[in-house]
Write a protein that binds this ligand. Structure first.
Ligand code: GLN
Length: 543
């Protein structure tokens, strides 16, 4: 029988439930257990694919083509394991399958009700995902915060699981303890309220992870213990950290994994924590800085800058840099700026490398193309991801092949030179307004040209990478582009789709139709990001 650990959030969202979930998973994994994680999002959207990135953050794509939440990316990076479609559910997804089953007489003529049928469906999904991954521990993160109307049915599923398997289910509440400036004191009351909210749902937390600016002190630990009915040594400090990998390290300083195992009556199998920590500390001590710019457009929400839409790209760059013994100093560049003020693009000279990540639609496009022209002409290392590859192709067609109005039909459907155009099956889907989960998604194989930088990076000709797009390089322009020096460095096995472009002779100019960022892991940097970081490091050393 596997063990189930539910992680819930109290008081505030955005306090690091995903990182906490991933960290708990990592610590148990380091003790020799098979671990998987499940994300529950309370929204109605069936997946994250139809949401605007500034609204939702990154859409993380799994091997099997699910468009999920960025937390699935955290689990993959921390646990260094693939997470699949079954490990992600939303309110919409759960209801959809219950309604479909009802339409197919799957409930044998019964009246189908919110309770018990929705929580039953949630439980069935959790068990199925656990079984498929053959995990010893299944950690389930319930999105949102307790007390919200939206996640009540998920809490009910958690309660029922505990009722049925009391020895195999554990509850962890991640809560926030504010220190109001005018009081200068850490307050426990909001967390006490959060606990009474979960209590009202029939759940008693076994552990509290106390998020806050500072670690918990003794009096507050005692207060929380008494008023929340949680053992004192089950209240774990989770102060703000400079580096997210300090989160699992801090948890382990408070012996969290040992306490979880004890609570569930399980013996540790091994403990590889010190070994792992040593590697992390090695990365944290790196000093050499390379300056990388990300030219994007999904940064601003109101008055705040949130790079969440590019979270996997950011991590992949950091991991690539660490693997070459340096630290990435990342800066966000809003591509709109180069549209309004083309001369400003010169500032890019100060960077050691530029990344143009994925994106959709017209806004900010000309600014990105300007940035790409600048890095091409000034030998600045460039990595283009999906849209970043398509826009690099457009730039090359315009400025090297003389096709002045070259464009993607996504931007200008009437363009004379549609060097990027829609994949034919995709055009059919759009005509029928079938937008949800219909892009070219998930892992696809690709064959590399042996003369390419990509081949040098991967050290193999056969690779597989994750995709999320509707448009592709138009094969009728292949010849013209190649004639002027563009290298089609990676093709689909049937040679029909261009998956990677490169400019030979440039220090590093690689554009991928896929998203390599989804496969970078904390201690296993992605080969292309590592090669890009290596080139950026070289540039920084030359300066
Ligand atoms: N908008 C482009 C397409 O649909 C690129 C997508 C992306 O960058 N993920 O093909």
């Amino acid at each position: 029988m596997p063990k189930y650990i539910f992680v819930m959030g109290g008081v505030l969202s955005g306090i690091g439930k995903g990182i906490a979930t991933s960290s708990i998973g990592k610590l148990l994994q380091l003790r020799g257990f098979r671990v998987t994680a499940i994300k529950i999002d309370p929204y109605i959207n069936v997946d994250a694919g139809t949401m605007n990135p500034t609204e939702h953050g990154e859409v993380f794509v799994t091997e099997d083509g699910d468009e999920t939440d960025q937390d699935i990316g955290n689990y993959e990076r921390f646990l260094d394991t693939n997470i699949y479609r079954d490990n992600y559910m939303t309110t919409g997804r759960v209801y959809l399958s219950v309604i479909e089953r009802e339409r197919n007489l799957g409930y044998g003529g019964k009246c189908v009700e919110v309770v018990p049928h929705i929580p039953e469906e949630v439980m069935a999904r959790i068990k199925k995902a656990g079984k498929k991954s053959k995990a010893d521990f299944i950690i389930i993160e319930i999105g949102g915060t307790v007390g919200e109307y939206q996640n009540i049915l998920f809490l009910e599923a958690a309660r029922l699981m505990h009722y049925r398997y009391p020895n195999d289910v554990l509850f962890i509440l991640l809560s926030y303890l504010p220190i109001p400036k005018n009081l200068g004191e850490m307050k426990t009351k909001p967390t006490q309220h959060a606990v009474s909210q979960v209590n009202a749902a029939g759940i008693q937390p076994d552990f509290i992870l106390a998020r806050g600016e500072l670690p918990l002190d003794k009096p507050r630990k005692e207060k929380l213990s008494i008023f929340c009915n949680v053992k004192k040594d089950h209240i774990i400090s989770a102060p703000d950290v400079k580096h997210i990998l300090d989160v699992p390290i801090n948890f382990e300083n408070e012996k969290l994994s040992e306490k979880i195992l004890k609570n569930l009556n399980i013996k540790s199998r091994t403990n590889k924590f010190s070994e792992w920590k040593k590697q992390i500390r090695k990365y944290q001590r790196l000093k050499k800085i390379v300056k990388i710019g990300i030219v994007g457009k999904y940064f601003a929400t109101g008055d705040f800058i949130l790079p969440d839409a590019y979270i996997s790209v950011i991590n992949a760059i950091k991991e690539g840099c660490n693997a070459c013994g340096c630290v990435a100093q990342l800066e966000w560049i809003d591509s709109d700026i180069y549209e309004k003020n083309p001369l400003k693009v010169k500032e890019i000279y100060a960077y050691d490398g530029i990344v143009v990540p994925g994106g959709f639609g017209k806004r900010g496009i000309e600014g990105k193309i300007r940035a790409i022209q600048y890095v091409r002409e000034n030998n600045i290392p460039y990595l283009g991801l999906c849209y970043g590859m398509q826009l690099a192709t457009i730039e090359f067609a315009r400025n090297i092949c003389g096709m002045k109005e070259a464009n993607s039909t996504e931007i200008d459907p009437e363009t004379k030179f549609p060097v990027i155009h829609i994949i034919s099956e995709q055009a059919e889907l759009l005509k029928k307004k079938q937008y949800g989960n219909t892009m070219r998604l998930g892992a696809w194989p690709c064959v590399l040209d042996k003369s390419s930088k990509s081949f040098q990076a991967y050290k193999t000709t056969k690779i597989s990478e994750r995709h999320r797009h509707r448009y592709e390089l138009n094969n009728s322009f292949r010849e013209a582009l190649v004639k002027k020096g563009l290298l089609l460095a990676g093709l689909s096995p049937d040679k029909n789709l261009v998956e990677i472009i490169e400019i030979p002779g440039h220090p590093f100019f690689v554009g991928t139709q896929f998203h390599p960022e989804f496969k970078s892991r904390i201690l296993r940097a992605h080969p292309l990001f590592k090669a890009f970081a290596e080139a950026a490091k070289k540039r920084s050393e030359k300066k």
